[in-house]
Design a protein around this ligand. Sequence first.
Ligand code: CAA
Length: 257
Amino acid sequence: MAYENIRVETRGRVALVTLHRPAQLNALCNALIAELNAALDGFDRDEGIGCIVITGSDKAFAAGADIAEMRERTHPEFYMADPFGEWDRVGRRRKPIIAAVAGYALGGGCELAMMCDFILAADTAKFGQPEIKLGVIPGAGGTQRLTRAVGKAKAMELCLTGRMMDAAEAERAGLVARVVPAADLLDEAWKTAETIAAMSLPVVMVAKECVDRAFETTLDEGVRFERRVFYGLFATADQKEGMAAFLEKRKPRFEHR
Ligand code: CAA
């Protein structure tokens, strides 16, 4: 499929999606989100892909939902079309997705990054939910995911003032996994994704599911869920291979089953 608003590349078991609307700082119009989901659908189906990276440009991961596209919307139009329902599909993917963020990740850009499993940030990254300045609020999960990531005080301040956080503050606050020099961001993202993609894919998928479960349930239920999944992994060939390889002092050869 030919895409207009994204670029797609695969290397081994890793897929890279680059958001590409440079003139609009990667503002997330409906067509871009549709293309992103089409690409992710393909990677989900492809057994040869074990990890996905979403990135933007040096200047902007994404500067938010497309304000020009939204401005004349009426309530019934928005409600009926529910465009952010389509965005939610990014957050429901079963394979791991890394957001590699340089420059602005604002509004929907910050929300898209937070839908990914973790964020690697360049030291140039800037995060924020500036919707309040447009007379609206975050609409793609920002008030919820940011609060879970950085706690109420900082999330409230960011959502009420529209202030941006730089990469160092975002790392201190727990929004990003790691900050790297901007020049190294993509290399680090490839390397990290390759590390994940070399693990057993079903195990990676259930690890992701278990960590996500921590946000949806009580500690007791979450621990029980994890325990059942852990025991279940002994039905996989990759558990046998992983433990045999350790004891035989060699590298495991995972077959993703
Ligand atoms: N939607 C549409 N176009 C956008 C955009 C957006 N979110 N962000 C930037 N652009 C466009 C600008 O209109 C401009 O286009 P023109 O050259 O045609 O004028 C171009 O991208 C470059 O932008 P700037 O000239 O503003 O660049 P800058 O370097 O001076 O500023 C910026 C960069 C601080 C990121 C600024 O562009 C900005 O504040 N953007 C909007 C950020 C924002 O409010 N995001 C939230 C959107 S609403 C939302 O996301 C809702 C939700 O929860 C899903």
